[in-house]
Design a protein around this ligand. Structure first.
Ligand code: HMG
Ligand code: MG
Length: 317
């Protein structure tokens, strides 16, 4: 190859959270748990399972307590994490056994306000006690910066705002900041410019990329990230996803598409693509429609593993 990429990367699965938060259907908690088990069986090292946000804001994840309780203390599962917006969310997450949480902040004022009903200054203030509690409880905190590549309300977002937000979240105690292309507008040149500026100040090991594939550029952007040394990439099974508070934000980068590309580049992610396809087909059967991931669609044709029945199929039909 005429360019270099890391030997190993970490794929951080967000489907059960970022994917399902955008669905109008409320899936049975047992089915969400089964999906997470299938993702774990495929070798994903970290899975964001739900959100402890106000269930009135995100009804499809209103079962965060029950789901976490179902999965807690399971030695067969990898690191499980959940999104928390404030102290109340953290209390709920800790009470249900989570040992890692993720906070989120937008690089633009308007998206932050729509998403969490707070200005960015208010959000930082709300995060301080969250980080303090996590520090004393030994709970890891990941942080997202949303709308990094563009905002649905403000358009362009300055690299300076992204840099300032990233630095501040790391200073508060995040072990890693995941850069979100919430509405999937990023293109590779922009990604290269942005990462160049960030990497002058922040080590690649503290950055992750969270791309949405709304305009088909997610993988191209990840390839730029790989070439620049990024080693953690978020993705969502089958390409499920979007942000309900960002109009036009459709699917996340599909985990199968990402793993297919990583395999082709000889990069070890520890994820078994065939087993991942089984998880993707299970998610598809739960939602009752084809999911947008392209590798999933291509590989489904040759998948010979039986897809487990859903809880709804087993018990309610
Ligand atoms: P608010 O209405 O301003 O909250 O919402 P509040 O503090 O004024 O309290 C109002 C009510 O909410 C009270 O209840 C609180 O107890 C309750 P009441 O007295 O009316 O019965 N409340 C809570 N309940 C449960 N869990 C909580 C909680 N906090 C307060 N944690 C709030 C503020 C942040 C809660 C709300 O705006 C919210 O839940 N927003 C979440 C929206 C969301 O999840 N958006 C999508 C995720 S972000 C994303 O998708 C981007 C990302 O994927 C990266 C990328 O793609 O770029 C991460
Ligand atoms: Mg997202």
């Amino acid at each position: 190859m005429a360019f270099s990429v890391p030997e190993r990367v970490r794929v951080y699965e967000v489907g059960p959270r970022d994917g399902l938060q955008n669905e109008s259907a409320f899936l049975a908690t047992e089915d969400k748990a089964r999906l997470i088990e299938l993702l774990a069986a495929a070798g994903l090292p970290a899975i964001e399972i739900t959100s402890f946000v106000n269930p009135r804001w995100i009804p499809p994840l209103a079962d965060a307590e029950n789901l976490s309780a179902m999965l807690r203390d399971r030695a067969d599962l990898p690191r499980l994490t959940a999104l928390v917006p404030n102290e109340k969310g953290l209390e709920r997450a800790l009470a249900n056994g989570l040992r890692e949480v993720a906070v989120f902040m937008s690089a633009s004022e308007s998206h932050n306000k729509r998403n969490i009903n707070k200005t960015r200054a208010e959000a930082y203030a709300a995060f301080e006690p969250v980080f303090a509690t996590c520090r004393s409880a030994g709970v890891a905190v990941r942080a997202y910066v949303s709308v990094v590549w563009g905002c649905p309300y403000e358009g362009n977002v300055s690299a300076e705002a992204v840099l300032e937000t990233t630095q501040r979240l790391l200073d508060l105690g995040a072990y890693e900041v995941s850069l979100g292309d919430t509405i999937g507008v990023g293109t590779p040149g922009q990604t290269s410019d942005l990462l160049e500026r960030l990497l002058a100040r922040v080590p690649a090991s503290q950055l992750a990329m969270h791309m949405h594939d709304t305009r088909g550029t997610a993988l191209a952007n990840c390839l730029v990230g790989l070439q620049m040394g990024i080693t953690t990439f978020d993705a969502s099974v089958g390409g499920l996803g979007g942000c309900p508070y960002a109009p036009g934000a459709s699917g996340n980068l599909a985990t199968e598409d990402l793993v297919y590309m990583l395999n082709g580049l000889g990069i070890d992610s520890g994820v078994d693509l065939d087993r991942l396809v089984v998880a993707g087909l299970f998610a598809q059967s739960l939602l009752g429609r084809p999911l947008p991931g392209r590798a999933l669609r291509a590989l489904a044709a040759t998948c010979t593993t039986a897809i487990p029945p859903s809880h709804a199929d087993q018990f309610h039909r």
